[in-house]
Design a protein around this ligand. Structure first.
Ligand code: 13P
Length: 296
């Protein structure tokens, strides 16, 4: 790699660090960024520095076993997680880790961003699962991420943050922006009490659009979690998308149930395995009355 290209990558890491800090994706010394320099070398942010105030000369160069090759500082403590991603994804040239507050809130609540709600997110990132809790900086974290990284460019880390990867530092960072934006929209919809989901057929149409627009995704979309796992790795992007014969947007069953609980003060009488809800006449009228009231 030429010195000029390496200089560009250093500058890109500094710029992305500034953006992450400015947007509040990291506080204090949180977060780390790395990039592939060539087949034998990786460049990473040093440990324990604010990502808002980095300079190009601070970076550390390591080999793919994590041994330091050059740089005055110590490499990021999350280097093991970054290395695991490069090992599993030869197509990836950069990794970004941050703690964006809304996405991390979902990760803390144990709620993955896997609902089919935004067409653009479905066609690009697909779904954003949560890797099991792992102690930061230990070998547990790469182990937790390994399960999902073959199929996903963005993963939430339980009670920790999020990690994204891409063909460049900027591309990986943009995926972090998408995750945080998606988390914000999801939170607002859930606070409003309604979330309409994109139907299974429409998800298939969006899968087709990936091909039409040449959107590169590491794995196909899937709507049946049983299709997802092969051994200890997830191999498709699982989305929660309801079956519907005629509608492309289907009200989320849990928001219907929440409305029902609000209207009647108790859970519905019976929910069948296929999603059918059985209501008494009184429950149905209470639900309709509540819906009409909300429309006013
Ligand atoms: P480093 O400063 O060692 O890169 O770690 C920051 C971090 O966010 C740990 O999860």
């Amino acid at each position: 790699m030429s010195t000029r290209v390496e200089e560009q990558i250093r500058a890109e890491i500094v710029e992305v660090g500034r953006r992450m800090y400015a947007r509040g994706y990291v506080a204090s010394n949180d977060g780390n960024i790395s990039a592939r320099l060539d087949d034998g070398r990786l460049i990473t942010t040093p440990t324990a520095v604010s990502k808002g105030y980095m300079t190009p000369d601070m970076m550390v160069i390591v080999d793919f076993d994590g041994n330091k090759l050059s740089g005055e500082r110590k490499a990021s403590s999350e280097l093991k997680m970054h290395l695991e991603i490069y090992r599993n994804r030869p197509d990836v040239n950069a990794v970004v880790h941050a703690h964006p507050p809304l996405a991390t809130g979902f990760a803390v609540a144990g709620i993955p961003l896997t609902r089919a709600v935004l067409a653009e997110v479905i066609t690009t990132l697909g779904s954003i699962p949560i890797a099991e809790y792992a102690t930061p900086s230990t070998a547990e974290l790469p182990e937790a991420v390994r399960k999902y990284i073959k199929a996903h460019d963005g993963i939430l880390l339980a009670n920790h943050g999020a990690v994204t990867c891409g063909e460049s530092v900027t591309a990986a960072y943009h995926k972090m922006e998408t995750i945080e934006h998606f988390a914000k929209i999801s939170l607002v919809a859930r606070l409003l009490g309604r979330e309409n989901l994109i139907s299974r057929d429409e998800v298939e149409r969006l899968q087709g659009l990936r091909g039409t627009y040449g959107i590169e995704a590491p794995a196909p979309l899937c709507t049946d979690p049983n299709d997802a796992a092969a051994g200890d790795q997830v191999l498709c992007q699982v989305l929660e998308a309801p079956e519907s014969a005629s509608e492309r947007l289907v009200p989320d069953i849990t928001s219907v149930l929440a409305g029902l609980r609000g209207a009647t003060g108790r859970a519905p009488v019976a929910i069948r395995g296929d999603g059918e809800i059985r209501l008494t006449y009184a429950e149905l009228t209470a639900l309709i009355a509540d819906a009409v009231k909300n429309l006013r």
